[in-house]
Design a protein around this ligand. Sequence first.
Ligand code: SAH
Length: 196
Amino acid sequence: SDIGSQKERVVTEEEWLQKWEMGNIGFHKEQGHPLLQKYLDVLLNGRSGLRIFFPLCGKAVEMKWLADMGHSVVGVEVSEQAVKEFFSEHSLPYCEEPVPEISGAKLFQSTSGNISLYCCSIYDLSSSIVGKFDGVWDRGALVAVNPRDRQRYASLMISLVEKNSSCLLVTVSYDPNKHKGPPFYVPESEIKSLFG
Ligand code: SAH
């Protein structure tokens, strides 16, 4: 009952594109997330050269951090503006190509090859297109997904990770009756039932 007021709420892709156009992107943090710094060892678990996935990536600066550490980063984002701003704000040259398996999708890849951002809906991806990942940084992703799509999102994420992967998930704790989201309120019990 505590998420009753948010359950039916939908933020459309069009609305997300508008947020980017209007510069209404309070979720973007120039400084990078302190929790990634804090739990980096859990994500990496002593491993190097990982493939790390950023669902609903926006222009998250953490993608640059992890790429600079020698990992290979893959993100997905509906807003082409966000993807282009990511590369230009970090002065990273990139190339752009269509994705044959997904109509209308584009792949933006850094010239150095270690950052690949798919511009399409996450629901268009599958492991046959993007492969599987060793790690996931989910900040502003599960909590941005419309509540009715959570099960679909979780199943997709599970299909995109290797067996011994590490996934970091950030949620936001607040009274869902006082704020309509996003970020949506995702109770811990639901995280357990989605991901086991
Ligand atoms: N993870 C990022 C952005 C969080 S905001 C960060 O930490 O800054 C959520 C982002 O998801 C927005 O940029 C929005 O444009 C994008 N988005 C929303 N629905 C999406 C979908 N179905 N597929 C891909 N991206 C989506």
